[in-house]
Design a protein around this ligand. Structure first.
Ligand code: SF4
Length: 414
């Protein structure tokens, strides 16, 4: 392939995939290729897929088919990411549109010249961020075995990154906010035998380099007082707790820790130390055996806890997981009904929490022209703050909240 070849990269799925894509782009650029937004002029089309749940798989396949329709005839499509890793042979058999499948650790370029012997996305360089924030993947894989989750089976056990390589990466990114991601973030370092909660020393070091550190996805039992204190003093006061449900019996069936009472205590404990802390959580709706009582317990919890943000996902029957062998699967129509009830309830809570901020002074990091975020909003996930055009991109600005619309805020200088 000539040095002027162009690639078009499409990223689907979660923040962790975005980090992988940036690194993939980094290697393609160092191969001498150029990035292009124009599909028609791309020689290589890379689709970094997600296969976490059925919907994500469908979206991945639809994207591949759409790209195939729009691309030029000479171009090649390479599919990488979770779908490639999990369903590589099915893609090869049923999607002739795909020229190559590259699972984890396989170089996506079609050229042979840059074979990297041990291609490891964890430690590849990435291009400087064009935004004032960036994700930083601190580990890959997971040592847990949650009943619904196929990730450990195809991403493997947890492998934490070396702290120095991450700090170098943070320096090279030149951003104001670093968002730490991993499948089980607070367990960072456990596989390296460097001691419990080495995530705290990592946060301390990153905090010396950037203004905001944000942690995404925390398994609730990992959030002990030491980590809460560290987060309250070092990170933005934003707690993304991966709760998944609150019914004790259902959580046992999910092979997860906790119950409504423990989760309440945890949230109240954090609110006591940090009354203005923002909370996000995710819940699975319609896990096998979820009764009306379980659902009502979750509704009561949502009403009482008034979390800022919640994501509700319908249970997806994943091949090879513990849950796929369980009986009492919930009817799709009932799952949709429960999902709607929870989403409507949370939308109201989110709107009223946003509304309550009117008149408050906020510190906003301006992400792009006219758009910013406070500590309460994780990038690309939560709402945004509309800011005056005069606010400089990449800078922090103090503003006053003037209005709210659903999850979003509008702020002005005075
Ligand atoms: S913590 Fe559970 S849900 Fe999250 S990646 Fe690990 S096994 Fe999956």
């Amino acid at each position: 392939m000539e040095s002027s070849s162009k690639f078009h990269l499409v990223t689907l799925g979660c923040p962790k995939n975005e980090v992988d894509s940036e690194k993939l782009a980094g290697t393609l650029l160092s191969d001498g290729m150029e990035a292009t937004e124009d599909l028609n002029e791309a020689d290589l089309i890379v689709v970094n897929t997600c296969a976490f749940i059925e919907e994500a798989r469908e979206e991945s396949i639809e994207t591949i088919l759409n790209l195939d329709e729009l691309r030029n005839e000479e171009s090649k499509i390479v599919v990488t990411g979770c779908l490639a890793e999990r369903y590589g042979s099915e893609i090869k058999d049923y999607l002739p549109e795909v020229d190559r499948v590259a699972g984890f650790g396989v170089h996506v370029s079609l050229t042979k010249k840059s074979a990297i012997p041990e291609f490891d996305l964890l430690n590849l360089p990435r291009p400087e961020s064009s935004k004032p924030w960036a994700y930083l993947k601190v580990a890959e894989g997971c040592d847990r075995a949650c009943g619904f989750c196929a990730i450990p089976s195809f991403r493997g056990p947890q492998r934490s990154r070396d702290m120095n390589s991450m700090l170098e990466e943070v320096d090279s990114l030149d951003v104001k906010e670093v968002v730490l991601v991993a499948q089980d973030l607070a367990a960072y370092g456990r596989d390296q035998g460097v001691g419990e909660k080495s995530i705290i020393s990592l946060i301390e070091e990153i905090r010396k380099r950037v203004d905001w550190v944000r942690l995404l996805y925390i398994y609730p039992s990992e959030l002990n007082q030491r980590l809460i204190d560290a987060m309250c003093s070092l990170t933005v006061p934003y707690f993304d707790l991966s709760l998944q449900h609150v019914s004790s019996s259902l959580l046992r069936k999910m092979k997860r820790w906790g119950d409504a009472e423990r989760f309440r205590d945890l949230i109240y404990k954090i609110r006591k130390s940090y009354p203005d802390a923002a909370f996000r959580s995710n819940f699975i709706v319609g896990y096998p055996g979820e009764t009306e009582e379980d659902h009502d317990e979750l509704i009561d919890f949502i009403k009482e806890m008034q979390l800022d943000w919640c994501g509700f996902f319908s249970f997806s029957d994943e091949e090879g997981t513990y849950a796929s062998g369980l009986e009492n699967k919930i009817d799709k129509s009932l799952i949709i009904e429960r999902l709607k009830e929870l989403s409507c309830l949370q939308d109201e809570i989110t709107s009223s929490k946003r509304n309550a901020l009117i008149g408050e002074k906020i510190s906003v990091l301006v992400d792009s022209h006219g758009v910013g975020r406070t500590y309460r909003e994780a990038p690309d996930i939560d709402g945004i703050v509309s800011v005056p055009d005069s606010c400089r991109v990449g800078e922090f600005t103090d503003l006053i909240v003037k209005g709210s619309l659903g999850p979003d805020l509008e702020a002005d200088l005075t």
